[in-house]
Design a protein around this ligand. Structure first.
Ligand code: NAD
Ligand code: AKB
Length: 326
């Protein structure tokens, strides 16, 4: 079968990224060309009506291999993971899903000689000993969260499969992602999404990090474009196979609240830092993504104001029946 006719598998497709990425990939490659999968079964009609959706636990190596053979999979976008907040509460689960799940995907891709595996990493690979401002591409990776430990291990695995077996693995170190379609799945940066929902639905927000906590972030349209542009980049241009630093904007929780208050003057916020604060304090405030810019022309489009205008407009449309009037 010609490479072009092989299908793409998306794992963890019901999550924050997958629920949007699947539709973007189906626009590009056709509905049948993209097999969405997740260990959860309740996929929305928009996903099951537009192409195949399959139950898949990435810890089930045999089930994964059978699915890949059944659909003649040629590329994987591996999104199944446990994020930082849940990972601190369930470290064994995070270790298993993020390490063994990734290895299962890399193994089947190697066996089937797949043409590409896309694996998002995270700013969680960095830790307190990493320079926190304009964090370089190559620097100390000593995270303090289990999620971060698995992301460093995952990056090393990706490097290994590229160097040892020539498997074309590509990755990005995403910052916190902000989106209006699907709620995030239990990360430290989730407050930067929840704040928009609560601003519209309640007019107030309780924030689990402090007002002066600054983290790098990105709006979902930029995040999807980044992954797709990296997938399409000529292989010989790519200096890094573990993952590319990536960013779009950096702001404090207080600056985000002020940006929303400029648009919703009565919006109120209180700060009640919890266990997420320690993780946030160990992550960079800003990221140097010049390697991604140089190797595959990465450039973000959304700044804080443009993202906030879009988030509020899209959420108002979607949540209009839930908004308490008056
Ligand atoms: P998410 O938590 O929203 O979604 C993950 C999905 O994986 C969920 O639908 C879940 O049901 C599924 N899943 C969990 N365990 C599974 C298993 N054993 N088998 C199959 N599916 C399983 O995560 P996301 O935000 O979409 O993240 C996708 C990837 O991007 C992850 O690797 C994550 O580390 C990375 N990333 C995300 C962000 C972000 O802000 N969203 C930032 C940096 C990196
Ligand atoms: C999280 O907060 O865990 C994620 C991430 C930055 O990896 N959003």
């Amino acid at each position: 079968m010609a490479e072009k006719t092989k299908r793409i598998l998306v794992t963890g497709a019901l999550g924050q990224i997958g629920s949007e990425l699947v539709h973007r990939l189906r626009e590009m490659y056709g509905g049948d060309g993209v097999v969405a999968s997740d260990m959860r079964d309740r996929a929305p009609a928009a996903m099951t009506d537009s192409g195949p959706f399959e139950h898949l636990d990435v810890l089930d190596a045999e089930g994964l291999a059978a699915l890949c053979r059944q659909y003649e999979i040629g590329q994987v976008y591996h999104l199944a993971a446990i994020l930082s907040g849940v990972g601190e509460l369930k470290p064994d689960l995070a270790y298993n899903v993020n390490m063994t799940g990734l290895k299962n995907v890399l193994d089947v891709a190697k066996e089937m000689k797949m043409s590409r595996v896309m694996v998002p990493s995270s700013i969680a690979v960095f830790g307190p000993s990493t320079p926190r401002d304009n964090t370089p591409q190559e620097t100390l990776l000593r995270p303090i969260s289990m999620y971060g430990v698995t992301k460093v291990g995952g990056e090393l695995l990706c490097d290994y499969y590229w160097q040892k077996y020539g498997l074309d693995v590509r990755g990005v170190r995403y910052p916190g992602l902000i989106s209006h379609t699907t709620l995030p799945g239990g990360g430290t940066t989730d407050y930067a999404v929840a704040i928009y929902y609560d601003a519209i639905l309640k007019g107030s927000f309780e924030c689990f990090v402090s007002e002066d906590t600054v983290l790098p972030m990105m709006y979902m349209p930029d995040a999807l474009r980044a992954l797709i542009e990296l997938a399409q980049a000529p292989s010989q241009n790519l200096r890094y196979r573990n993952a590319y630093n990536l960013t779009a904007l950096s702001f404090s929780a207080g600056e985000l609240a002020s940006c929303i208050q400029e648009r919703i003057p009565d919006f109120k916020i209180i700060y009640k830092p919890d266990y997420h604060q320690e993780i946030a304090d160990s992550w960079p405030r800003s990221i140097d993504d010049s390697a991604a810019a140089a190797d595959w022309n990465w450039a973000p489009e959304y700044d804080l104001g443009k993202m906030t205008d879009d988030m509020l407009a899209e959420l108002r449309k979607r949540l209009k029946d839930e908004v308490v009037s008056g």
